[in-house]
Design a protein around this ligand. Structure first.
Ligand code: NDP
Length: 320
């Protein structure tokens, strides 16, 4: 089978499109023929060596496909099942292995592309809105990079819950997308603090969902009401430097959290509950996945260039 591998960390030139041996599932595992693989920012950090991992590596953890083989002791999925997961070991490939208990089954009413697209970014939007700061009708929130993969899902789900969303994005086209996804207001980053003051009559928002990090952190703090929450869940613009806890005091006894998906789907029960909710909303069309671009597996480097260049919206997929 074919797979993307890299042997040293670096720029996109380290990606190789290689022949790999066929996969054999171990006990408790399944081999899945990949129909669509999700491209996520974490794979950029891993490729660059910012998040260390053993090399050589096949990138990717989010995908959907069809079960081809199962290992000993697997009873939750069968050959032929349509499945998706955020826990594949190397999904930039024609086939990939995952622990069977991390596979979510879905029917023909959901496409491979949509299923692949929500396993990482959708589950993230879910835990941010339901667990990190459980948002309620009437709450105000800021969603940064609102036309991005996680951003567009956050806008829709927050709006569906009755919250007021103030979106940031870097261009008119991106802001239009965010408004279409349910944001009430969409502004550029520079105008955010003034806009929040105006739209919330000086109170501030209840929560900021911040995936941008370094470039937005300070303004995020300035937007939040007393005792509100900053959910810093990404660093598309770079890592936030060390923070003096007194900053949280000065901005109104704020709560700062730096959550990650793995801690919110650690049990199969939690994975099942969150993914079941997402698939229900996809089926009843209260959640729409915006696939911006599809690339052939061999062209994974182009997908990374696009993601890093800030030119993308919504989801990027690799199609083997
Ligand atoms: P996006 O689709 O949001 O793409 C990144 C966006 O960030 C860009 O389109 C851009 O939007 C904005 N951005 C702002 N500054 C920069 C910059 N300097 N370089 C590149 N982009 C910039 O990506 P994802 O939805 O896949 O992920 C967003 C972030 O969330 C990533 O940091 C990712 O690692 C993190 N994440 C964290 C998870 C967790 O559980 N903690 C899970 C999933 C993702 P604009 O042009 O509008 O500014």
């Amino acid at each position: 089978m074919k797979a993307i591998r890299y042997h040293v960390p670096g720029g996109v030139e380290v990606f190789r499109y290689e022949d790999r041996p066929d996969l054999v599932p171990g006990a408790g595992e399944a081999v899945v023929r990949i129909g669509a693989t999700g491209v996520n920012f974490i794979e950029v950090y891993q490729r660059k060596g910012q998040y260390a991992e053993p090399l050589p590596a096949v990138p990717g953890s989010e995908a959907a496909g069809v079960v081809m083989a199962v290992g000993a002791g697997v009873s939750t999925v069968r050959v032929g099942d349509r499945v998706a997961s955020e826990s594949f070991h190397g999904s930039y490939a024609e086939c990939a292995i995952a622990p069977a208990e991390r596979l979510v089954r879905f029917g023909p009413d959901v496409s491979m592309e949509t299923a692949a697209a929500v396993m990482l970014q959708g589950l993230t939007a879910h835990y941010l809105l339901y667990s990190t700061y459980p948002i309620r009708a009437g709450d105000w929130c800021v969603v940064h990079a609102a036309a991005g993969g996680v951003g567009l899902l956050l806008c829709q789900l927050a709006r569906n819950l009755g919250a007021h969303v103030i979106a940031t994005a870097s261009s008119d086209a991106k802001r239009s997308l965010a408004l279409g996804a349910g944001a009430e207001h969409a502004v550029d980053y520079a105008g955010l603090v003034a806009a929040v003051q105006e739209y919330t009559a000086g109170r501030g928002v209840d929560v900021v969902y911040d995936s941008v990090g370094q470039a937005t952190f300070t303004d995020s703090l300035r937007c939040i009401r007393r005792r509100g929450t900053l959910a810093l869940f990404g660093q598309s613009s770079g890592p936030v430097p060390p923070v003096d806890p007194q900053v949280l005091n000065r901005h109104g006894s704020l709560f700062l959290t730096r959550p990650t998906l793995a801690h919110h789907v650690a049990t199969t029960t939690e994975l099942a509950e969150r993914s079941s909710a997402l698939f229900t909303w996809i089926r009843d069309k209260t959640l729409t996945v915006h696939v911006d671009r599809r690339y052939r597996l061999a062209n994974a480097a182009e997908a990374h260039v696009a993601l890093e260049s800030r030119s993308t919206t919504g989801k990027l997929l690799l199609i083997p």
